[in-house]
Design a protein around this ligand. Structure first.
Ligand code: MIG
Length: 729
């Protein structure tokens, strides 16, 4: 049966069969009328109900663009590729890959057709063939008869892509607001295995005058990879250690993996077994999955009791001063099962006596060991009603449910504190409680471009604050790639340098001294921009409009620009992402732009560029940044870490040919007081009156800590005009 209902502003819900309730949607459809089975089309898409599937097809014209799908390998415009939405741990993101760690089944189509969006709320595999098999056809295959599909379309008027994103966020909820320190630089490595190496790393940052806010603890902090343990030999007094670091401005972010090691006497394993909180096989025994700890059981996060239990296990960390977690392997990732491994042993045994067995057979069998789909069909969850459902049927929810458990721990134990929660796997709706990074990229130039594209696509899916491993996770990074990536990182909300064990060290000081100086300058630029970044982020969340956007969303662009993006409303990033370049081409749409090439946060070379395609010079030691005509950017002196001291002087850099106005937002950055209206606003208006500038400043909300604003205003000929104003006025 299919029902449909008109909800929100321009959303239509079609319900096929009896969908599994995924939790992705926050808004209730309410009462709605059953409609006739659409034998032919929904909003121009053909609907084909097959025996085991429903297939939507849509003809694409050359001018149509397709955006969305959140985390995916490939172009921003999704045309020309196949995407399989089935969460998986794939550490090699080559262009042929169809799926990654997340599932965000939301796409928008527009160009020849008036823009519209589709969100398919279905927690298992969906195939999007977007002009791959047939160049001019998009085909969506849902191998089920039970799902919700939401269409965002208006018969009355032309929607913009941004309006469709906003409608999607009305439906799935506002992104959660991370603490302000999340906008600092973060250092990670697999691993800093003990307190000594973490303390040394922290000390290096301060000694070398490089700002940093967080250090990650990868899997080696645990006792034998047993989740919720801390190896006491490595961390003799964890709470005291956390406290000392926090005083120096560093937050520690430990990793949590889902698999619970099967080891007699290990309390959490015993308890989970006893309370039957682990996933089971068909016959009711606990499913065994090999991951880092060896054999483990997977917590059944679909079961609310498991989530409550898990939230309780987080408590000791929170009591030790932890304010953020990093959730890994929650697709879930399974290296192998004992049965699958046994089959390999059997084959090897057969090969001893039978030389005719081709070696390739063994090779293939070994390759198929990790994350084989058969595993996910072989274990079951318990729903809140007590029914059983195979993991495969709800596969894409596992990571989000794990994140929900951890988010609950924060909500329960630190109710007024904003937390930092970074998950690898995600499903639509995760953005309400957590965020993601884009997993195991490589130190490849190509993955800088991926990073840029995913920032934009993930922002469309509501994940405003996100990023990729800066410098690349796998492989060795060159100093030049590191520099360019950190310069991109200035505009990547999550600014985390992370790398895998066995790879070249990637800390800022791991290269030559010239590289260190450039990296330091770029990181300081990032910190100088935090007043703008944070103010923009908070306002974008409250307006439900993406923080990072492709140019095509804000301007008339004849074609897709995939390697530049708007970072908030005033700034465009055009990172250099190719080797041996001393600049790049940039498309500057519609208005004039102030091109700034920054040697340091306080050393800018500027020029005014008219609309068009320009080659912008940008030697290695400079970070490129563009300010939109009639826009304002707010900066401060870079601190060593967010909150080191009160920012009392705001620096305003503006490019004004007519009138520019900006609302600067500020709050405590740590609690939910802003939800109760405890924040301050400074409205700034600058009018270029030919030769001079008229500045108006108005305060709103609670009194701001800002005592002075220093203005640096550039006019149409790039000449600089400076002045200062004391506050309050
Ligand atoms: O199988 O914890 O994506 O960030 O450093 C690899 C070790 C497991 C994968 C994560 C990566 C992390 C690594 N993990």
């Amino acid at each position: 049966m299919i029902m449909n209902a008109q909800i929100l502003n321009f959303t239509r819900l079609y319900r096929f069969g009896r969908p599994f309730s995924t939790g992705a949607v926050v808004c209730e459809a309410g009462e709605f009328e059953p409609a006739a089975l659409p034998t032919n089309a929904i909003e121009g898409m053909n609907v084909n109900v097959g025996e085991n599937s429903v297939v939507f097809t849509l003809a694409l014209s050359p001018a149509d663009r397709v955006y969305g799908l959140g985390e995916a390998v490939g172009a921003l415009n999704k045309r020309g590729k196949k995407y399989r939405l089935y969460t998986t741990d794939d550490p090699v993101h080559t262009p042929d890959k169809e799926n990654l760690y997340g599932s965000h089944p939301f796409v928008m189509v527009g160009g020849a057709v008036s823009p519209f969006g589709i969100f398919i709320d279905y927690p298992s595999e969906i195939l999007f063939d977007i002009g791959f098999t047939k160049h001019d056809v998009m085909e969506i295959v849902i191998p089920s008869h039970n799902f919700n599909i939401y269409l965002f379309a208006s018969p009355e008027r032309t929607l913009t892509f941004m309006e469709i994103v906003r409608e999607y966020l009305l439906l799935t909820g506002a992104p959660c607001c991370l603490p302000k320190w999340a906008f600092g630089y973060q250092q990670s490595r697999w691993s800093y295995p003990d307190a000594v190496s973490i303390a040394e790393t922290a000390a290096q940052f301060r000694k070398l005058d490089i700002p940093c806010d967080a250090i990650y603890m990868d899997i080696d902090y645990m006792d034998n990879f047993k989740v919720f343990t801390i190896d006491e030999k490595k961390f003799p007094n964890f709470a005291a250690f956390t406290g000392t670091l926090k005083k120096e401005g560093f937050r520690l972010i430990p990793i949590i993996d889902p698999g619970v090691k099967c080891e007699d006497g290990y309390g959490f394993y015993e308890e989970g077994k006893h309370r039957r909180l682990f996933c089971e096989t068909k016959d009711g025994s606990f499913f065994k999955a090999a991951v880092w700890p060896g054999l483990t059981h997977l917590p059944d996060f679909l079961n609310p009791q498991t989530r409550r239990w898990w939230a309780g296990l987080c408590r000791a960390f929170l009591e030790s001063g932890i304010e953020g977690f990093w959730l890994d392997m929650n697709e879930p990732s399974v290296f192998y099962t004992p049965e699958a491994m046994q089959a390999v042993f059997n084959l090897v045994e057969d090969m001893r006596t039978n030389p005719d067995i081709p070696k390739r057979q063994l090779q293939e069998m070994v390759n198929a060991l990790s994350n084989n789909r058969s595993y996910f069909k072989a274990f079951y969850h318990r729903t809140h009603l007590g029914d059983r459902v195979s993991n495969d049927e709800v596969h894409n929810l596992y990571g989000t449910l794990m994140a929900e458990a951890v988010a609950d721990a924060f909500a329960t134990h630190l109710p007024d504190k904003r937390y930092f929660l970074l998950s690898r796997s995600s499903y639509a709706g995760l953005h309400r409680i957590a965020t993601i990074w884009t997993g195991d990229n490589m130190s490849w130039w190509e993955h800088m471009l991926s990073h840029i594209r995913m920032l934009m696509s993930l922002n469309m899916a509501g994940i405003f604050y996100t990023g990729a491993d800066i410098g690349g996770f796998g492989c060795d990074v060159s100093p030049e790639l590191m520099v360019r990536w950190v310069q991109l990182g200035v505009f990547s909300p999550l600014f985390r340098n992370h790398s895998a064990f066995g790879t070249r060290r990637q800390e800022p000081w791991a290269f030559d001294s010239a590289t260190l100086d450039i990296l330091r300058a770029a990181i300081k630029l990032r910190y100088a921009l935090i007043p703008y970044s944070y103010s923009e982020y908070m306002q974008c969340v409250s307006e439900l409009s993406s923080f990072i956007r492709p140019l095509m969303f804000d301007f008339d662009c004849q074609f897709d620009v995939e390697d530049q993006f708007m970072y908030g409303r005033s700034v465009m990033a055009a990172p250099v992402h190719e080797p041996n370049a001393a600049g790049r081409y940039a498309l500057l749409p519609q208005v004039h732009w102030l091109y700034c090439s920054l040697l340091r946060h306080d050393d800018w070379a500027v020029s005014v560029l008219p609309p068009g395609v320009h080659y912008i010079d940008c030697p290695l030691e400079r970070t490129p940044l563009l300010i939109r005509e009639n826009s304002i950017v707010t900066l401060s002196e870079p601190l060593n870490y967010v909150g080191e001291r009160e920012v009392e002087c705001l620096r305003v850099v503006a490019f004004v040919t007519g009138t520019a106005s900006y609302t600067y937002y500020e709050d405590d950055g740590l609690t939910y007081a802003y939800k109760r209206g405890i924040f301050s606003l400074i409205h700034i208006e600058i009018v270029n009156s030919g030769g001079a500038y008229d500045i108006t400043i108005k305060a709103g909300g609670v009194p701001s800590k800002i005592k002075r604003i220093d203005f640096e205003i550039y006019g149409s000929d790039a000449s600089l005009w400076q002045c200062s104003r004391e506050l309050p006025i």
